[in-house]
Design a protein around this ligand. Structure first.
Ligand code: NAD
Ligand code: GLY
Length: 352
């Protein structure tokens, strides 16, 4: 097992190791007195893992109550959030009770936001079961639900008291979602760890899950502990995301998040090379690694559509976009650019 400690407004451990799901109760008991635990999971994860989680919680003295919602991003909304809040209230959870989010990023974001706001905030535990949630969404305290106007528009920063990653749960994750998580893993290597990047090129992510997840969590920990509330350095985690979000929206969400981030990383790296900020070799290495993970490197939508959608992103402040630009494999910088410059970057990156 690997332990990564995150010290932000609160301090908590991210535990990564095979079989950890069965020690959920004992691990929770180490950070919180036994109490009621609302286990939140979606309709795919519940039949796979909820019973094991409940048995482990019960053995450690927790009284668990299960809340299940329909799987998918469409459920990450105020309606499900309200149903969850009512569930907590009807079951008389108090401020000293906890929520346990068992599932992917949708579950973690939804349950985390419910925890941030129920009775003005209760503790919660993240048990991520997708690669994306293990390396990204379960760590760092961003919680949110979507509005019809856009993703993650209603949310809060609320750190978990424990994150427990059991890579064995990834055995049941459909390949397309595993691949999406690989996009985020590649992002960490390109962003700040050339050794991680090289190791991904040498051996498949599946062959060393614990080590890869732990390294990604360490990198995220190092960023969020400097900038918990996303006012500066944390923007670096958006490498590939500015154009990636534009691609997702322009393609009417027919391109998955991980594939869009892969395309976004490839575009910004090609542009950086073309504009002389980054060696050409970095482009070849990135494209080869993305392709070996089954991820695309070219966008299926025109540059103008990506640009228009990217301009609607909530990450734009004072009319400027923050582009995270690779200087080489493992090294990036954040550039603040005017909208017309963003279009130049898109075109230079091969978006047509
Ligand atoms: P998800 O939670 O929808 O999970 C993807 C699919 O996999 C779902 O169908 C789910 O039911 C299924 N699933 C999950 N674990 C499984 C398992 N072990 N076995 C079988 N099926 C399983 O999506 P995701 O990709 O994990 O997360 C995407 C969400 O995360 C988005 O809403 C995004 O906005 C959010 N996110 C949040 C942050 C953050 O910092 N809070 C960061 C990145 C992404
Ligand atoms: N996933 C980006 C962040 O946590 O800031």
């Amino acid at each position: 097992m690997t332990r990564v400690t995150v010290s932000v407004s609160g301090s908590y451990d991210v535990l990564i190791g095979s079989g950890l799901l069965d020690s959920l109760g004992a691990r929770c008991a180490a950070v919180h007195a036994p109490c009621k635990a609302a286990l939140v999971c979606d309709s795919n994860v519940a039949p796979l893992y909820a019973q094991r989680a409940e048995q482990s919680l019960a053995a450690a003295g927790f009284d668990s109550l299960r809340f299940v919602f329909p799987a998918g991003e469409k459920s990450k909304n105020l309606e499900t959030y309200t149903a969850l809040q009512n569930f907590l209230a009807e079951n008389r959870l108090s401020r000293s009770d906890i929520i346990v989010a068992l599932g992917g990023g949708v579950t973690g974001d939804l349950a985390g936001f419910a925890a941030a706001t129920y009775m003005r905030g209760i503790d919660f535990v993240q048990v991520p079961t997708t690669l994306l949630a293990m390396v990204d969404s379960s760590v760092g305290g961003k919680t949110a639900v979507d509005l019809p106007a856009g993703k993650n528009l209603v949310g809060a920063f609320h750190q978990p008291i424990l994150v427990l990653c059991d890579p064995d749960t990834l055995a049941t994750l459909p390949e397309e979602y595993f691949r999406d998580g690989c996009g985020e893993v590649v992002k960490y290597g390109l962003m700040s760890d050339a050794a991680l990047f090289d190791s991904l090129a040498q051996a498949p992510i599946r062959s060393r899950l614990e080590a890869v997840i732990a390294r990604c969590v360490e990198i995220k920990r190092d960023v969020v502990s400097v900038d918990e509330f996303d006012t500066g350095l944390r923007r670096i985690l958006n490498l590939g995301h500015t154009f990636g979000h534009g691609i997702e929206a322009a393609a009417n969400y027919t391109v998955s998040h991980g594939c869009a981030v892969a395309m976004g990383m490839a575009i910004i790296t090609r542009a950086a090379a073309k504009l002389g900020c980054c060696p050409d070799a970095a482009v070849q290495r990135l494209e080869a690694l993305l392709e070996s993970c089954g991820l695309p490197t070219r966008a299926p939508v025109p540059a103008e559509a990506i640009f228009a959608a990217a301009m609607g992103d909530k990450k734009i402040s004072a009319g400027r976009l923050h582009l995270v630009v690779p200087r080489d494999i493992g090294r990036c910088e954040i550039l603040s650019v005017a909208p017309n410059e963003a279009m130049d970057w898109l075109k230079a990156g091969g978006a047509e």
